[in-house]
Design a protein around this ligand. Structure first.
Ligand code: ADP
Ligand code: MG
Length: 472
């Protein structure tokens, strides 16, 4: 009989605060020289006292609300005591029995994943182990930056669902501006808890796999652990409640340590920080500032007539959807699905070929909208539009390009009629054939007319005028 997997996720997100969570030390240390973003509190100097960062609290509230959590009432910080060189205070300021957000959920692809809690805490510094030296180096720039840790109930049943859930959390954090949520920069870090059991039997013992730095690794670790645990159990073995690491090179888990108990941390309420009472008024203020969530965005796009896959893609990408909304907001609004097609395939493809993103391209939303409008109005055809795209991506206004280059389709029937007259005069034999009843012979005149108008006449207009002139 096959095993079922039971999975719970713990996700750390670095909050997008200007300063660290418990001091006025600037938090924008990414790319900076080691140990240049520190202050007495970050360094754990004796006597330095914490002050809670209001921005961190409000971002956490917003994130909690985005995950349908209860963020109201009493919340406080506890000291989580442990000794490690990257944590100079010798404790982490975290939340224990009264986290800021509780009892939420997220519906992902029609399945509900309950969210147990999300709490605020400070991050540790970083130890570096250079290969050239018999010692380790310590960088405390990251120490004290604001983290939110979110913990799910063990409602997830497989690798794909875990990945979809993480993508959804990432999209929410980015849409709310709560966190950059970029795993590759360490601003979103995941631990997974996995156990297996047979249907109808009690849950198995879980292991925790730590420090997975991509969604792909999360999925692979789940697949690996599910298979490994099944193998151990089938071989008559037992699963021990261990903390494992993920070996990216070998694509397998390895034992880091056996699980420490909660009592080891000697949690106690932080005496230097007052508890908070989050009032309904405060929640209302934060809620009023909340940008549109991905799920709301998706609904709006579906209502505008976008295909489901495009609505999903756009609603999960802040930069793309911001660009799209701006283009759609120009007057007169371009056709929603056509605009999406251009943005999601032509533009995205062309930018990818240039190894660029929307952010570092010169493309303006109004210009993409104008390009789509030019096609919609029949001023240019799709082929001309594609030819123009390179210059539009480089920042040029397609309307100006069409004018400067004389690219507009000739819809002026005067010019078309003149070309038809000339073609008929130049080829009396064909005219004779058509008049004698051979309607198909008209095609011989079509080419010269198109040529005379520089290929910019609308073919169906040319055809209609030719038919009229020839009495067909
Ligand atoms: P711990 O005290 O070990 O940290 P928690 O109760 O805080 O455990 O849960 C940590 C994570 O492990 C949560 O995401 C939870 O849903 C998940 N979890 C709990 N029990 C199991 C289990 N038997 N199998 C898989 N995941 C589990
Ligand atoms: Mg825990």
């Amino acid at each position: 009989m096959a095993y079922q997997a039971v999975i719970g996720l713990e996700v750390h997100l670095q909050l997008r605060t200007r300063t660290k969570i418990f001091s006025a030390c600037p938090a924008d240390y990414h790319g900076a020289e080691p140990n240049t973003f520190t202050d007495p509190f970050t360094l754990g100097l004796p006597g330095a006292l914490p002050t809670l960062n209001r921005e961190a609290v409000e971002l956490a509230m917003m994130f909690g609300l985005g995950l349908n959590c209860d963020v109201s009432g009493f919340t406080q910080f506890h000291r989580k005591n442990y000794f490690y060189p990257d944590a100079p205070k010798n404790f982490q300021l975290s939340q224990y029995d009264r986290p800021i957000a509780r009892d939420g959920y997220l519906d992902v692809a029609g399945e509900r994943v309950r969210i147990k809690r999300a709490h605020l805490e400070d991050d540790a510094g970083k130890l570096l182990h250079p290969t050239y030296a018999p010692y380790s180096l310590l960088d405390l720039n990251r120490a004290g930056s604001a983290l939110i840790e979110m913990v799910t109930e063990a409602d997830i049943t497989g690798a794909e669902q875990a990945r979809a859930f993480l993508e959804s959390v990432q999209a929410i954090a980015q849409a709310l501006g709560v966190s950059d949520a970029t795993p590759e920069e360490g601003k979103m870090r995941c631990d997974v808890n996995v156990s297996v059991h047979k249907p109808g039997e009690p849950w198995g013992t879980k292991v925790e796999v730590k420090n997975l730095n991509s969604f792909r690794s999360v999925a692979r670790a789940i697949e690996y652990e599910t298979a490994r645990q099944a193998r151990v159990l089938d071989g008559g073995g037992r699963i021990t409640q261990d903390t494992l690491g993920w070996d990216e090179g070998g694509q397998k888990t390895f034992l880091m340590r056996t699980k420490e108990g909660e009592a080891d941390y000697r949690y106690f309420p932080e005496p230097d920080l007052p508890p908070l009472d989050i009032t309904p008024e405060w929640i209302a203020q934060v809620r009023a500032r909340m940008p549109e969530l991905p799920a709301q965005k998706r609904e709006r796009y579906l209502a505008a007539g976008l295909r489901a896959a495009d609505a999903q893609l756009l609603s999960h990408d802040v930069a793309l959807s911001r660009f799209y909304d701006e283009a759609l907001g120009t007057a007169p609004a371009p056709e929603a699905q056509k605009l999406a097609n251009w943005l999601l395939s032509d533009v995205t493809g062309a930018l990818a070929a240039q190894e660029k993103t929307l952010a570092d391209s010169a493309l303006k939303p109004a210009h993409l909208a104008a390009l789509v409008r030019l096609i919609d109005a029949g001023t240019i055809g799709g082929r001309v539009a594609k030819d123009l795209l390179g210059d539009v991506l480089a920042g040029h206004d397609p309307e100006v390009l069409v004018q400067e280059r004389g690219l507009g389709v000739v819809t002026d029937t005067g010019a078309i009629d003149a070309a038809i007259d000339a073609a008929m005069q130049a080829d009396p034999a064909t005219v004779e054939k058509v008049r004698a009843g051979n309607a198909k012979a008209m095609n011989a005149l079509f080419g010269p007319v198109m040529k005379a108008t520089g290929g910019q006449a609308k073919p169906d207009v040319v055809r209609a005028r030719l038919q009229a002139k020839l009495g067909l």
